[in-house]
Design a protein around this ligand. Structure first.
Ligand code: TYM
Length: 341
């Protein structure tokens, strides 16, 4: 049980979401999905394909459908068990958008104006961004708080959105004088909380990067993985002997971090093994390791994707379970607001 400042207690519950847009990357896997799995032992877990977040930018309908099933397959191939966790897509649980609207009326414009992800995604021509892209973080807060989630496993880039979620919970609780929502803790776990692009060590690895060489996709085959690591940008120096030697060498630091995350080693342990060696030796070792770790997952995803009907049935069942928790929470919120029902 988690006890917050005013003494209300909340059952240990986890929510996390992944957008079904483009290909899932090694960043999504190491920064988030992999960390979802052990939480099944300690928490009630809800893992969601956030399709309504995906449509804040244009999505081809057929690709959106395929990507939703692809994320579901990746979740299960990574070790999420639909008999223990609720796996579902956001649009199947209408309470997300209902609570999202309430939060649009709680969050302040000034708060949303500070969101760096909106600034990055909207780019220079902000006038042309969708209203949904701007309101994205309030729907995200609704995703989490609809289940009164106490913890949310995410990569580093979602930290600011989780701070906003806490601000919304706190303002809601204060304004209505009722301890409805917990102050959710972000779980930013492990050494790969920010996996960087293979073409530019200062940019995040992202499914929306125009260059496919910048990322490892979870569906890449053995040869593609090896090729992408071989072509990864590096500097001409050999690997340093110590972790401190990685400072100022973002590409080297990123590849060492990826190796460590895949092998279950700290950066220091990777340096003990490879320090002083050139990238000519390190890159093939990294490629082999990635193929060894990701290959079985890819095969399992492929097997599951051959039966989309089965995946859809799992999502429908997950959505039913999710609604069992969500509907009473939305009821409570509507009652607190004084909405006649
Ligand atoms: P999304 O779909 O961009 O990414 C899914 C998860 O992967 C993590 N991630 C990374 N971690 C390490 N290195 C990277 N290069 C990298 N790229 C992505 C993200 O941090 C995320 O955990 N807004 C969210 C989706 C969302 C959500 C939620 C998450 C909607 N509602 C509620 C948690 C709780 C997003 O766009 O994730």
């Amino acid at each position: 049980m988690m006890s917050d400042e005013m003494g209300a207690t909340f059952a240990p519950r986890v929510f996390s979401g992944v957008q079904p847009s483009g290909q899932l990357t090694l960043g999504n896997y190491l920064g988030a999905i992999r960390n979802f799995v052990p939480l099944q032992d300690t928490h009630t877990c809800m893992y969601c394909m956030v399709d309504l977040h995906a449509i804040t930018v244009w999505q081809e309908p057929q690709e959106l459908t395929a990507a939703t099933r692809h994320v579901a397959a990746a979740f299960m191939a990574a070790g999420l068990d639909p008999s223990r966790s609720a796996l579902f897509n956001q649009s199947m649980v209408p309470e997300h958008t209902q609570l999202g609207w309430v939060f649009n009326c709680v969050a302040r414009l000034g708060w949303l104006n500070r969101m760096t992800q909106f600034k990055e995604k909207a780019g220079k021509d902000r006038e042309k961004a969708s209203v949904g892209l701007y309101a994205y973080p309030t729907l995200m807060a609704a995703d989490i708080l609809l289940y009164k989630a106490t913890a949310v496993p995410v990569g580093e880039d979602q930290k600011q959105h989780l701070e906003l979620t806490r601000d919304i919970a706190q303002k809601f609780n204060n304004d209505w004088g009722r301890e409805v929502f917990p102050l959710t803790e972000p779980l930013i776990l492990g050494d790969a909380t920010r996996v960087m692009s293979l073409r530019d060590g200062t940019k995040k690895m992202s499914k929306s990067d125009p260059s496919d060489l910048s990322r490892i996709n979870l569906t890449d085959d053995r040869d593609t993985i090896a090729k992408k690591f071989k072509k990864a940008k590096t500097d001409p120096e050999p690997l340093p002997e110590t972790v401190e030697g990685l400072t100022g060498r973002p590409e080297a630091d990123n590849l060492v971090g990826i190796y460590g995350a895949l092998a279950g080693l700290s950066k220091a342990e990777v340096m003990a093994q490879f320090g002083g060696q050139g990238f000519g030796a390190f890159k093939p070792a990294l490629g082999d390791l990635a193929v060894e770790k990701l290959g079985p997952m890819r095969d399992e995803m492929e097997r599951m994707l051959a039966d989309p009907g089965e995946i859809d049935a799992i999502l429908r069942k997950g959505a039913e379970q999710a609604r069992e928790i969500a509907a009473p929470v939305l009821d409570e919120v509507y009652e607190v607001l004084g909405l006649v029902r």
